[in-house]
Ligand binder design. Structure first.
Ligand SMILES: [Zn+2]
Length: 302
């Protein structure tokens, strides 16, 4: 019988979107989590780093504002911003297989964060089911090659989802995915289709959405997130490129402050506690501090 949560829980998701995020951010986060006795879920881009191609987003409203507010150039580095354009894109997961194996040995969970992150994030709405299935197969192959076991979790790059991507994930036989923004785990319904793989949505705003809006100092950021804490399940996504590098002190402050109040777990640890998971529609929605739209769990109406 599933046991519902009796006290607040914080599931910690680390998105690893880039080559430098895995090289520099992940080892630093592993040291922090080791020190604090935390196990987290790392979602790693399994293919090439084409971050430079994200420059196309410059034409989207709100993109430049976010870049300046969060200091994106110094967070990602100029090299990363040229990958896939003037410089060839290096591999992410395949460049650091030992780091991925080290994550598993340390008791962390590893999932797929797409294959070509930028391609998924920017092109998904125009991709066919076959093209999406091919990305999932490539990601699955890289994961299995590196870790010697099949993946059981996927986190959609940029929180971008379509009915075709949910169908592709269903075919990948996952335990769950963490693709959307929302309030509580659910089975997605999109364009009148229902899907069989549960989504565990991110419930908190990400640091790049709030940094510079609620403050920039650790005390301000930590106070803001403590105000977000709800009973039962909270899901926080951090970025290896951001909280693993320049903003590590902010994450340290936050985790140190909340770890006495909540149990910090991996996303997979949430699954056995869930019962009667509802169906919810997924709709595109905008998020304060973020350019473009993301896939959002539609709030329950009754
Ligand atoms: Zn990402």
């Amino acid at each position: 019988m599933p046991q519902p949560f009796h006290s607040p829980v914080l599931a910690l998701k680390v998105d690893v979107c880039t080559h430098t995020g895995l090289r520099d951010g992940v080892p630093a986060l592993m040291r922090l989590f080791d020190e604090l006795g935390i196990r987290a879920s790392f979602f790693v881009a399994m293919g090439p780093d084409h971050s430079g191609r994200a420059i196309r987003r410059v034409f989207r409203r709100g993109f430049l504002t976010k870049m300046w507010r969060t200091g994106a150039a110094s967070t990602y580095g100029w090299r990363t911003m040229l990958y896939g354009t003037l410089l060839p894109g290096p591999q992410v997961a395949r460049a650091f297989p030992e780091t991925l194996r080290g994550l598993v040995r340390a008791g962390h969970e590893v999932g797929m964060h797409g294959y070509d992150h930028v391609y998924w994030q920017d092109q998904l709405p125009v991709l066919s089911e076959a093209a999406i299935a091919a990305e999932l197969v490539r990601a699955h192959q890289a994961f299995t090659e590196i870790l010697g076991a099949a993946p059981h979790a996927f986190g959609a790059p940029g929180w971008q989802c379509t009915a075709a991507s949910f169908a592709g994930e269903d075919a990948a036989a996952l335990r769950y995915h963490s693709d959307t923004r929302g309030t509580a785990p659910y089975f997605p319904e999109m364009n009148g289709r229902r899907f069989g793989t549960m989504d565990i949505p991110t419930t908190w705003p990400t640091l790049d959405e709030v940094y510079g809006r609620v403050g920039t100092r650790a005390a301000e950021i930590t106070a803001y997130y403590r105000g977000q804490l709800r009973p039962q399940l909270n899901v926080h996504t951090v970025h290896a490129e951001m909280e693993g590098v320049r903003q590590l002190p902010l994450l340290r402050d936050l985790l140190t402050a909340v770890r006495g109040e909540v149990r910090i777990v991996r996303l997979i640890d949430v699954v056995p506690h869930l019962e009667a998971v509802p169906v919810a529609r997924v709709v595109p929605g905008s998020i304060a501090g973020r350019a473009g739209t993301v896939a959002r769990q539609e709030p329950v109406r009754d």
